[in-house]
Design a protein around this ligand. Structure first.
Ligand code: EPS
Length: 373
């Protein structure tokens, strides 16, 4: 499978092209719409989300609601383009009025202007923007639907917002009960998290958080111990790190494993007709392969780099001291990010599954998956 996305944040819209989807998959457009709406929501989002009402139009690859085996192309219009057309139109526009030279620490602005030979960070930030993630959610939802046919499900929740952190463990089925406010499981903690976001907003600041992602139903042996590029943990970590603002990824116990003894970390094996593990500290991956237990991943999102109070910077290219640019921004987007991470994971897992099973049709894949132990 291959996924390409295109589109600028304030351009005409976003495009996703997903190649390699087997024929015969029923595509549920309502689920795509619901996940796009979830990506737009979450306490702490900014003014832009009041403008957008993301909805994906399928341009190709699906007939009568069923995939054909041809590339699936999806288009999500940017409603804000109506306000930005004078400054963004590919056919010709005013490139001066929205010029951004007070480059923001933490955003792609400075490295981007230097790399792409422009004095206007807008030429960089428009693509670096997390707006791109809408395209990944639309395509990722098609991947989720493919995985679901095989009995593989993905769920996620927000485990921390800034300094407010939930240390409890939840079963996969519990995750369906996460709150719509911030995608947290503990509503008391969520109230504290909302208050924390309010404080950040009042102080012109921003915050990040941690999302936990889980995969249920994946049989053992996906990924490989034979070649480093095919290691499942490496591929899934890369998928999560590819999401804007992610600065850390853990598998299972993650960083905590380094401070414990082997007897406290490794999961003892027993047999009761099937091989099982007493615990799942490995997070469902051993030797670069799935081991049949739930896959458990966590991703750390840094605070949004656009601060309303601005940070100290140097204007590009003059180097004159300045406050970084800020017009409007999200204060916190961890709930949206959790939805995006699930989509990024769905795409990468669908790739791994298609590589092992092969097949041109969903029916073939089902038979081959069913034959695995
Ligand atoms: C973003 C800046 C904000 C966010 C945007 C990501 O947009 P704007 O500059 O239009 O206010 O809202 O995210 C989205 C538009 C989205 O749909 O997620 C940035 O600079 O990365």
């Amino acid at each position: 499978m291959r996924l390409s996305t295109a589109g600028e944040s304030h351009g005409k819209g976003l495009v996703a092209i997903l190649e390699g989807v087997p024929a015969g998959l029923n595509v549920d457009l309502e689920e795509i719409a619901a996940r796009l709406a979830a990506r737009q929501s979450g306490y702490g989002r900014g003014g832009r989300q009041k403008i957008e009402k993301d909805r994906a139009e399928i341009l190709s690859g699906v007939r009568g609601g069923v995939t054909l085996g041809s590339p699936v192309a999806l288009f999500i219009p940017n409603l804000d383009y109506a306000n930005w057309e004078p400054y963004m139109a590919p056919e010709g526009c005013d490139t001066e009025t929205k010029k951004l030279t007070k480059v923001r620490p933490g955003h792609a602005d400075l490295a981007g202007v230097m790399k792409y030979g422009t004095e206007d960070a807008r030429n960089v930030l428009e693509r670096a923007s997390a707006r791109e993630t809408a395209a990944r959610v639309a395509a990722g939802t098609v991947c989720r639907q493919l995985l679901r046919v095989l009995g593989v499900e993905i769920a996620g929740y927000v485990r921390a917002v800034g300094e407010v952190s939930d240390g409890k463990e939840y079963s996969f089925d519990d995750l369906k009960k996460k709150s719509p406010v911030l995608s947290m499981m503990d509503t008391e903690l969520e109230k504290r998290a909302c208050a924390y976001i309010d404080r950040c907003r009042e102080e012109g600041d921003s915050c990040g958080g941690i999302a936990e992602l889980r995969v249920k139903g994946l049989k053992s042996g996906f990924g490989s111990c034979m070649t480093y590029r095919e290691k499942l943990d490496a591929r899934l970590a890369a998928a999560l790190m590819s999401v804007q603002a992610i600065k850390g990824v853990e598998v299972g116990l993650g960083f905590a494993a380094a401070g414990k003894r082997g007897s406290e970390v490794h999961d003892e094996i027993y047999y009761d007709g099937a091989f099982r593990r007493k615990t799942n500290r490995a997070g469902g991956i051993e030797g670069g392969m799935s081991n049949g237990e739930e896959i458990v991943l966590r991703a750390a999102m840094k605070p949004i780099p656009t601060l309303m109070k601005g940070l100290g910077t140097a204007e590009y290219p003059s180097g004159a001291p300045a406050r970084a640019a800020a017009e409007r921004s999200d204060v916190c987007a961890i709930a949206a990010c959790c939805e995006v991470l699930g989509s990024a994971l769905a795409f990468e897992l669908a790739c791994v599954v298609c590589e092992r099973l092969g097949g041109d049709t969903v029916a073939e894949m089902k038979v081959r998956y069913g034959a695995l132990s």
